[in-house]
Write a protein that binds this ligand. Structure first.
Ligand SMILES: [Zn+2]
Length: 269
């Protein structure tokens, strides 16, 4: 398996995120978040490679987070590959992106809600160009899911980005919830558009929903396995086991759990 969506954060940020979940959600987050523990769990679940990210929720911190991410990747011999972060209110955000790429980051994580910004912000355009140059990808958490569902608004933003950057690899986290069905309908016409499975095949309110298994089978070349580990309120193999029980063909399952990610990550493996 390849896990396309995990989190490693600098310790202060990791602690702050855990505190936020304790105060604002009923999620019981118990998995240790230090890199050694995360690597152990992934290895013991037969994960061959993984992608990890953090995010700058305010200006002034992206550069130091990116240095930490790149250093962390080296410390684990690039078993995990890092996505960088930018904050668009930082005056030198494009330079932050270029430095992070030079330092070994393979793409960008955008969290619209936590970062209070939108994927179609024109300031992202030059950053997207840098990512296209290296064949990397953007992992985007669209809107305020799972805390609020705002159907249809995110789709418009994604379509705007794809119209301007048809070659950009854009992975929408959480199966693009709440617009999964709409994205499944347009995946085939958009070469670089993918969905990741993160938390969509679990029992977490706001993210789990009845998914059209036939549409998943048809689009299995465009769906990537991801987990959000270690910030999940259940054991690591819960979601892969649900995926394996859906009745998908062996080929589709193999594609989703690893083959698609291997192709997407090819420039970096
Ligand atoms: Zn995540």
């Amino acid at each position: 398996m390849i896990d396309i969506h995990t989190h490693l954060h600098p310790e202060r940020l990791a602690l702050a995120i855990r505190r936020w979940f304790r105060e604002n959600s009923n999620w019981d987050l118990k998995h240790p978040f230090d890199k050694e523990s995360v690597v152990d769990v992934l290895r013991s679940n037969n994960v061959e490679r993984f992608v990890f990210c953090s995010y700058a929720h305010k200006p002034g911190i992206a550069r130091s987070i990116n240095l930490w991410l790149a250093q962390t990747a080296r410390a684990i011999d690039r078993y995990g590959l890092p996505l960088f972060t930018v904050h668009l209110d930082d005056p030198n955000f494009l330079d932050d992106a270029k430095r992070a790429i030079d330092d070994g980051c393979i793409g960008l994580k955008v969290h619209e809600d936590v970062q209070s910004l939108q994927i179609n912000d024109p300031r992202f355009e030059e950053v997207f160009v840098e990512i296209e140059k290296i064949g990397g990808f953007v992992l985007a958490h669209m809107g305020p899911v799972p805390w609020r569902l705002e159907p249809e608004v995110g789709v418009h933003r994604v379509e705007q980005v794809l119209a301007k950057h048809p070659k950009l690899n854009l992975v929408l986290a959480h199966m693009g919830t709440p617009d999964t069905q709409k994205y499944l309908d347009i995946l085939g016409q958009n070469e670089g558009l993918y969905l990741d499975t993160t938390m969509a095949f679990t029992n977490v309110n706001g993210l789990s929903h009845v998914l059209d298994v036939d549409a998943i089978e048809r689009n299995s070349a465009k769906i990537l396995f991801g987990t959000d580990y270690p910030n999940i309120p259940y054991v690591y193999d819960f979601e892969p086991n649900v995926l394996k029980s859906l009745g998908l063909s062996d080929d589709a399952l193999r594609a989703i759990l690893g083959e698609n990610a291997r192709l997407l990550l090819k420039p970096f493996l």
